[in-house]
Design a protein around this ligand. Sequence first.
Ligand code: PEP
Ligand code: MN
Length: 355
Amino acid sequence: MLVVMKAQATPEEIKAVCEHIEGLGYRAHPLPGAQRTAIGITGNQGEVDRGNIEELAGVAEVIRVSKPYKLVSRDVKDEDTVIRFAGTDATIGGAKLAMIAGPCSIESREQAFTIAEQVAAAGAQFFRGGAYKPRTSPYAFQGLGEEALKIMAEVRERFGLRIVTEAIDHEALELVAEYADVIQIGARNMQNFSLLKAAGRKRKPVLLKRGLAATLEEFLMAAEYIMSEGNYEVILCERGVRTFADHTRNTLDLSIVPAVQRESHLPILVDPSHGTGKRNKVLPLARAAVAVGADGLIVEVHHQPDKALSDGMQSIVPEQFVQLMDECSQIATVLHRSVPRGIHVSESAAAVSAR
Ligand code: PEP
Ligand code: MN
């Protein structure tokens, strides 16, 4: 159920409607839009009695949402969600593309700083790097854990880049939420519902990767889990799915980008690194992702990919990332979009993060 408020509804009226809904034992999710606020209702088993709600001050109408996903849906919020990062000009969603780049894993302070310096110089606003790695083999490098998070916090201080890193379980989530700007939930955890709910209780944006064999509906329902807990800053990410094809690691399903955009107001990024698994295919698929309308990219970059402790095969070198930024920004202009070059951090925000 969805309560659409009148354009001129006051904050007090919106608050009163939310309190009324909570008083009925449901959960109210106010989602402000450009024209008006809509309030999603969740937690109801059956039909909510719309009678009383329709009579409350400021209410325009009460609508039944028939889709299984509600808060994720454009029915609830028509405008694209734009996620902002306090004290900076960085955004995810909207006309400006978000470019996230960095190594698969943080391996050392020196490695992270070398790569961060180059991706920042190329214009990326976000730095990625795994601290906790979901590896197929228990004997493979598992990540440096909190030490890596500390290194990434230093990277943010030094270069201004906002930090994206994965939480593989509840324990990691607590630390990732403390250090990072964006909490990544990986493909293998897309249907780890308890982890999704816990991420939904954090107040940091969540980058949710599509599961290895997830349908569009399953993907959107996973985002719904996060939003249902009150965290409305969810970023979707296509990273390839399993198919019979063996010329790539995964099959990058670019058609999901317009499919998501039709159904949902949430931003959707593309990961051409895990999506192909091959360095020589990252740039062509990055170009295609921008052309198809993705809201940004997450790309693995390593200065010495042959020595990388994970995913060296699919990591591009910094010079290739420069080319990627250049070509993607030219493609973006055709779509009346742009690739921002570099992040601007306000002095007061820089002072806070340096403390
Ligand atoms: C990653 O981004 O390093 C990663 C492990 O991605 P995915 O969950 O898509 O495999
Ligand atoms: Mn990786």
